[in-house]
Design a protein. Structure first.
Length: 570
């Protein structure tokens, strides 16, 4: 409860208090009922029966009101609790580096933010209600039963330890099965997410049946693991019912004998059976809570794993730099591994130096770690050895917000968000004026097609930008990046979906509208980097060559082969 807002803390306290009021009333009712039978009916005192009967009705109404209020308070408190947990989880994920996200996987994080939090929410609601009501009912019912007849109450003291042992065994067996079930949920979410994200590819390749079978396999795996887990816990309810009915039969048998010999009155036996029912029903409630806790224990473990995960990339503890003076970039003998394994580096001893304002091209085959290289500039990953410097200082010395605000990246996989073109562009600058947006869109060669839409900048893009083509999406992402007015602009193969003429116009506009920004262009087409100030050739995570187009044509075999193959294809 430490992280809850004040109002939810109040609700969390009011719910158990309401439950106490409900139990007090319910405990008193059987006692009054025994008096009606043993005093009022036995003595033929109708006024006494009516008076005590009305009192019982009043107590029932109060009990009902307390129960309803307790349920409402618990519902509000648990919803506030789940909201708080989700907010903390989401905030934690926002602080994660790419490495942290890779550790969990996106689908697993989605499950933890949804299914796991819902499990914990339901358990919290049960806890603040039933974990007060049931124990209090258990104690008060047992005390009242003992006051009626201590000898007959030994029925409880045989049943309760038996139940405790059996429930403990069930928990021990069920917990790992629920953990496995949640892992299968991760796989199911991954399948759904992948299918819906790539639904156009699925349809274009007529793979709907395959994806359907794949989904059914993942869903069936969830069903099987859930059934396997539930097979254990379903024994809880019949076990409880067996104990309840067994206790009632025992009470009737021994209590009936006591009435015959005069050690017990009829009204007392009826009240005693009511208390037996209350006590054992409270045990059934506890068993339900117990089942919820077994399930939520696995969810809590998974939530705590996220909350306790240390972000791999954190700003300096003190004296962090809050200004990037220029766009110069220096890689000083940099090596990098995704798994922190020096024997499995994807970048090896990279040494390059880019002056501020330069236009730099990076060429390399698929898998040569071009994207990984530029991801080190805004410190999306940390180097394994060596250093990356921006503006003459190690990127690890900067405040992360300062560093990343100075670097604009147009990623290889272009991402647009649900909303209008205007809203997406303002991701680059939330205070961008209409004139600034028009200028950026013209530089990205996007203004013309935006104007062709009836609503212009207010055109809704749909989820992921489904209403625009791949080339249009790329140009919108470039315009969004330009609105940041960055020190460093990185285009990661971000003009691959446009024709060469449009590509040339964009490059010319970038030189004109962002003359002071350092521009790094990763491309497969040599034509996209041919006029760069310097071109780096990357091969298997190492710098294979560097120079202008003319220099590399003379000195670098890889560059020359790529150029000649592309020219031949044209």
């Amino acid at each position: 409860m430490s992280g809850l807002e004040r109002k939810y803390k109040v609700y969390s306290l009011l719910s158990p208090l309401s439950m106490v009021g409900e139990v007090v009333m319910e405990t008193a009712i059987p006692l009054l009922m025994s008096r009606i039978i043993d005093i009022g009916i036995a003595g033929s005192d109708l006024s006494y029966v009516v008076r005590i009967g009305l009192l019982m009705v009043g107590m029932s109404v109060i009990s009902l009101a307390c129960g309803a209020l307790g349920g409402r308070f618990a519902a509000v408190a648990s919803l506030g609790f789940s909201r708080n947990v989700r907010r903390r989880l989401f905030a934690k994920v926002q602080d994660f580096s790419f490495g942290n996200i890779d550790h969990f996987s996106t689908s697993s994080l989605v499950t933890r933010l949804t299914t796991d939090v819902t499990n914990v929410q339901n358990t919290y609601q049960m806890l603040i209600r039933m974990c007060v009501r049931a124990p209090f009912m258990l104690v008060s019912g047992t005390v009242m039963a003992c006051l009626i007849n201590v000898k007959l109450s030994t029925v409880f003291f045989v049943a309760i330890p038996f139940l405790a042992v059996v429930l403990t065994v069930i928990a021990f067996i069920a917990y790992p099965r629920f953990q496995l079930m949640l892992t299968k949920y991760d796989n199911l979410n991954s399948t759904v997410q992948e299918n819906l994200t790539a639904i156009r590819v699925v349809k274009s390749f007529v793979r709907g049946q395959y994806e359907q079978e794949k989904f059914e396999g993942a869903a069936d795996a969830v069903r099987k693991t859930q059934v396997r887990a539930e097979k254990v816990v379903i024994f809880t309810m019949p076990l409880m019912q067996m104990v309840v009915y067994g206790c009632i039969v025992a009470a009737l048998w021994f209590g009936g004998k006591m009435i015959v010999v005069g050690d017990l009155k009829t009204g007392q036996l009826i009240s005693f059976i009511s208390y037996i029912t209350q006590v054992l029903m409270s045990l059934m409630m506890l068993s339900m809570v117990f089942i919820m806790m077994v399930l939520s224990r696995a969810s809590i473990t998974r939530i705590v794993e996220v909350l306790s995960e240390n972000a791999e990339i954190v700003p300096p503890a003190s004296n962090a730099r809050t200004q990037v003076t220029d766009g110069s970039i220096d890689f000083d003998h940099v090596s990098f591994s995704y798994h922190k394994d020096p024997d499995n580096c994807v970048l090896s001893d990279v040494d390059l130096h880019i002056p501020s304002g330069a236009f730099v091209g990076i060429i390399g085959g698929t898998g040569s770690s071009k994207s990984t290289l530029v991801s080190l500039v805004p410190r999306l990953y940390d180097v394994l050895s060596g250093s990356v410097q921006v503006g003459g200082h190690d990127v690890r010395e900067y405040d992360l917000v300062t560093l990343r605000d100075s670097v604009a990246m147009v990623l290889q996989k272009n991402v647009l968000f649900s909303g209008t073109i205007r809203e997406n562009l303002r991701w680059g600058n939330e205070n961008a004026t209409e004139e600034q947006m028009i200028e950026a869109c013209k530089a990205a060669d996007a203004y013309e097609f935006i104007q062709s839409f009836p609503k212009g900048f207010d055109t809704d893009l749909g989820q992921g930008g489904v209403n625009v083509s791949g080339g249009q999406k790329q140009r919108l992402c470039i315009a969004r990046a330009l609105l940041k007015n960055p020190r460093i602009l990185i285009l990661d193969d971000s003009t691959s979906a446009v024709d060469t003429a449009t590509d040339a116009r964009i490059r010319a506009a970038l030189r004109k509208c962002a003359p002071d920004a350092t521009k790094i262009v990763i491309a497969q087409r040599i034509a996209s980097v041919q006029d760069a100030d310097i071109i780096y050739v990357l091969d298997n995570g190492a710098i294979n060559g560097a120079g202008t187009h003319e220099q590399l044509m003379q000195s670098n075999e890889i560059y020359r082969e790529v150029y000649e193959s592309q020219q031949a294809a044209n």
